[in-house]
Design a protein around this ligand. Structure first.
Ligand code: NAD
Length: 235
């Protein structure tokens, strides 16, 4: 993958999968804007990859438009967007709903993708086309028992990507999702005991899948990533 003269934006880039993708994209020659709620973390990863670190809450309505504007102003264009920030919150079962957590998980996992696509499309159009990859999950393809809200939000991401892909493909903007199984990142650290004995992906495995999607994905494909198998389109 050659991304020389291209500009990429990665949300949730201070940690885990986002940080690994930022490194992968920079390694392929892109100038990378690393966005995260954790501003010092975003700046630290940006420094490693020779890019720009931006602090911000990507679930806020105007945040992605502001961030895309900052990236275009700095680098003059935008070609690749990885909408990757995500959280687990709100409940573990059905009736233990925590309303604040529910609003928060929908904000980060769903609103951010919708606002992010809307903010990125005009910039990608100005660049003559480009690619958006949203991080969904295995939970976007099949239900994960005990993670009801997380499952719902990631199904929403997969549905949105599939529905948005057709109209945008017509103007050279490709939208895909990456759907990893469990990956060894801070996101699952609190539940690590649940995964004892399970093979886990590394953040780099998922970043490599994002690279493969950018290389050869077809519009709307949602790629499943699991340990020990080549990533590829699901279904
Ligand atoms: P992580 O916790 O290491 O990284 C997530 C990053 O997103 C953090 O740096 C966090 O600060 C940032 N973030 C959270 N809320 C934000 C907000 N409102 N605004 C800006 N940044 C925000 O976790 P990860 O495992 O690297 O997760 C990345 C993505 O991968 C998420 O969408 C997650 O749902 C998805 N995913 C993870 C796994 C897994 O097992 N780790 C599996 C499938 C999908």
């Amino acid at each position: 993958m050659d991304l020389s003269n291209k500009v990429a934006l990665v949300t949730g880039g201070a940690s885990g999968i986002g940080a690994a993708t930022a490194r992968l994209l920079a390694g392929a020659g892109a100038r990378v804007a690393v966005v995260d709620l954790d501003e010092p973390g975003a700046k630290a990863v940006a420094e490693q990859v020779g890019g720009t670190g931006i602090g911000g809450d990507v679930s806020a309505v105007d945040a992605m438009a502001t961030i895309v504007g900052q990236v275009e102003e700095r680098y003059g264009r935008l070609d690749v967007v990885h909408l990757n920030a995500g959280i687990v919150a709100g409940q573990s079962g059905i009736e233990d709903l925590d309303v604040e957590g529910y609003r928060k998980i929908v904000g980060v996992n769903v609103d951010h993708v919708v606002f992010g696509v809307n903010a990125a499309v005009p910039a990608l159009r100005r660049a003559g086309g480009g690619s958006i990859v949203a991080t969904a999950s295995l939970a976007g393809l099949v239900p994960i028992p005990g993670n009801t809200l997380y499952t719902m939000t990631k199904h929403a991401v997969v549905g949105y990507v599939r529905a948005a892909a057709g109209p945008l493909a017509a103007e050279g903007i490709r939208v895909n999702a990456v759907c990893p199984g469990f990956a060894d990142t801070p996101l699952i650290a609190a539940a690590k005991d649940r995964f004892a004995g399970f093979p886990l992906l590394s953040a780099e495995d998922v970043a490599d899948a994002v690279g493969a999607i950018l290389d050869r994905g077809e519009p709307g494909e949602c790629w499943y990533v699991q340990p020990g198998r080549e990533p590829g389109p699901y279904g």
